[in-house]
Design a protein around this ligand. Structure first.
Ligand SMILES: Cc1cc2nc3c(=O)[nH]c(=O)nc-3n(C[C@H](O)[C@H](O)[C@H](O)COP(=O)(O)O)c2cc1C
Length: 485
């Protein structure tokens, strides 16, 4: 079997994942809803394989689409270069403290500018551009169009510092394949860059990679701190710099080993109706609005490129597992990093798309500790966007178990006393509760599901067999009781 160190691009990733038995190929699917629906069925399975669609109706063999790239622990662990045989628990263990270390190390891995690379095997310019030459799916039945960018990395720069940002912002094909809209929510780093460019130059340069080593999707699609270039962060994960070419038109980076990339300029008044789109909340909740759109000046692509799909929807969806694992680790790191004591674990649950429902377990050390943990977690930069519920539990409750977390809420939370709400917090345009036309604020709650501090000494004991007794009976009747634990 190949080794993790040799994986340098999506081709190498597919080869290794294939050797691990983690890739299933589907032929003959239609780009119009079939790829999306087949992917959706797959996400709902336990430990779904990655799906590679080939021989897509209306397109020649070799033009492929990949989904569910990181929908289980083995492939996410492999993508993060942590191991090829990790299970859920092993992955969480292996990842602990890594996000903070990668942030610290990022500066040592500046992007490596090269003159050539596979992504420029084919260069398509100006009037020749046609994004629909690729099998771009219409992912969900209610989508307003075909989305070429879901598992994408959109590159922007800070016009003053030059720091490069990568964000995953969905991209809908517009103008018959000549243009693409880029949906950056206000508050995202890329949106800030674009506003700065508009103010200074009247237009903003953008490149976007649409197929690549899924590691680039992890870094683009999760909340790497402001000012840290995601390309450098990816370099820290890899232990070597990421090779990039500079776009012919804008000079912005394009991953040299990518599959497909586009380049162009955004202008403040160039917008097209975008959406609706099946969102990560599980609804077509963003509606259809005018969104910044770029005429594509260049398309760069390899021969037989693979588009990296990552369509959201009602969870579990394409990247809900990846987001849960990554955000849980990032938020735990950030809580510890800001000095909070007694943090035992954090889990960003998939049912809330990895954003809306956080469970934080703490070893209570002082009066007020639980509320402090809840308020802090709810407003951390890595957690604040579209959070709705933070549930703080004691250390005896596994934050990853929705059953145990809700049991703690049912038994340790007094609804009249232990639910704190916050208003006018950082919500989203895609919140199904947002009334049309109003700014995307939301409200959120911290639910204190810890044993009350003043009753710690006399709170009733949990009615559950002790560890010793449990181990004893399992050892006695291993077959009847499902073996060792
Ligand atoms: C597959 C995928 C699609 C996403 N689509 C969008 C989107 O359309 N708009 C958006 O603002 N954020 C979207 N996100 C979330 C952002 O990528 C995420 O918040 C990221 O941290 C943004 O980067 P930034 O903070 O550097 O701007 C998506 C994430 C993933 C993984």
């Amino acid at each position: 079997m190949g080794s993790l160190e040799d994986v340098n691009d999506l081709r190498g990733w597919l080869e290794l994942a294939g050797e691990m038995g983690e890739v299933t190929t589907i032929t003959g699917a239609h780009w119009d809803r079939e790829i999306g629906a087949a992917s959706e069925v797959n996400y709902k399975r336990a430990s779904p394989p990655a799906l590679l669609f080939d021989d897509i109706v209306g397109y020649r063999s070799g033009l492929r689409v990949l989904t569910a790239s990181m929908a289980n622990a083995r492939r996410l662990g492999m993508t993060l270069r942590l191991g090829t045989d990790l299970d859920d628990r092993g992955l969480v263990e292996a990842l602990r403290t890594r996000p903070g270390e990668w942030v610290e190390a990022a500066g040592k891995f500046p992007m490596n500018v090269v003159d050539s690379g596979p992504v420029v095997e084919h260069v398509v310019a100006g009037g020749e551009v046609d994004l629909l030459a690729f099998p771009v799916p219409k992912w969900h039945e209610g989508d307003g169009g075909r989305y070429v960018g879901t598992g994408c990395a959109v590159f922007t720069t800070d016009p003053v510092s030059g720091v490069v940002n990568a964000g995953a912002y969905r991209m809908q094909v517009q103008n018959g394949g000549r243009a693409v809209s880029v949906n950056m929510e206000a508050g995202k780093h890329g949106a800030g860059h674009v506003r700065e460019w508009f103010a200074r130059e009247g237009r903003a340069p953008v490149t976007a990679s649409l197929g690549h080593d899924p590691l680039l999707l992890v870094v683009a699609g999760t909340e790497v701190p402001a000012g840290v270039s995601e390309l450098e962060y990816a370099g820290a994960v890899l232990g070597r710099p990421v090779d990039v070419l500079l776009g012919e038109v804008t000079g912005l980076p394009v991953p040299a080993f990518g599959e497909i990339a586009v380049e162009g300029w955004l202008y403040p008044d160039r917008r097209e109706l975008e959406g609706p789109f099946g969102e990560w909340t599980g609804y077509y909740s963003g509606g259809s609005e005018p969104v910044l759109t770029m005429e594509v000046e260049r398309v760069y692509h390899r021969s037989d490129p693979v588009l990296l799909g990552a369509p959201p929807g009602k969870p579990p969806h394409d990247y809900s597992y990846m987001r849960s694992v990554m955000k849980s680790a990032m938020i735990q790191d950030a809580l510890v990093g800001c000095g909070l004591r007694g943090v035992e674990g954090v889990w960003a649950h998939e049912v809330g798309g990895g954003r809306q429902l956080l469970a934080v377990s703490i070893r209570q050390g002082y009066a007020g500790h639980a509320r402090q943990a809840g308020y802090l977690a709810s407003q951390l930069p890595s957690a604040a966007y579209m959070n709705k519920f933070v549930i703080v539990v004691d250390a005896d409750v596994d934050p990853r178990s929705l059953n145990d977390v809700m049991w703690a809420v049912c038994t340790r939370t007094d609804p009249a006393e232990d639910i704190e709400t916050m208003r006018q917090t950082w919500g989203s345009r895609v919140d199904p509760l947002r009334a049309a036309g109003l700014p995307p604020f939301n409200t959120r709650a911290v639910i204190d599901a810890c044993r009350p501090w003043s009753r710690l000494a006399d709170f009733p004991k949990v009615a559950e067999a002790s560890r010793e007794l449990t181990d004893h009976v399992i050892r006695r009747w291993p077959d009847a009781l499902g073996g060792t634990r």
